[in-house]
Design a protein around this ligand. Sequence first.
Ligand code: 6PG
Length: 256
Amino acid sequence: MSGRAPSHHVRVCRDLDALSRAAAERVTQVIRRQVRARRTCRIALAGGSTPERLYELLAREPYRSRIPWKSLQVFWTDERCVPRGHPSSNYRLAEDTLLTRVPILRNHIHRIPVEHKDPARVARRYEQALRRVFRLRRGGWPVFDLVLLGLGADGHTASLFPQSPALAETTRLAVATRGPLPHRSRITLTIPVLKRANEVLWLVAGARKAGIAQAMLSNRPRARQLPAGLVLAKSATNLWLVDRAAARCLPHRVTF
Ligand code: 6PG
């Protein structure tokens, strides 16, 4: 984990399409830079609906041919405990919009194995995959090159929800958690993992996110205690891509 203070960069984009294009450019840059430097890049994909357009763009030119897919390892920040083909599956979203359309190696796609009925067992299996791919010694932590995160209006991120016992987790890489209906049972990376990422790319779109975006980016004490604030406070680099609707409460709007 970097010792430097977190740096926050905010770009306000005209709309979700512009946000997605800015995100696709950033994701492409980070992957290319990391693969040039270390011949591999390990990222964690966000769930929810905001990233859909981004994933579609990455599967198309000009991004598709610029990304060294065979050197990329893909994980997820979290998953709902639903079948892999379920419309609410975060895996299915990325599989349908991106992973079936690019030459990524299938054994580099590290799906959260939610088919196991016991969520605690699912979290342990996912943790084993992280330890294997990141070649972790006992007590070691994975350092993702890039983590994509969405933001809930209540300040949740990944499947870390306010007041969740998972927020206090300090040793596990992944845990089973409870979210809102309809998909209460979930698996999520923990705060210690998310906060160690070299870069976090926050994707925030829509008017209903304006209040939480303003709270997060103005460093309100209340916000710092929310799940996203706990991740935000410690990540080395945070790039916020916010559309105009979600940015309407932010000062100094710069449209990107
Ligand atoms: C999930 C996500 C969750 C999501 C936010 C924003 O599995 O639900 O990981 O953290 O990113 O809820 O969701 P939208 O992008 O749909 O607004």
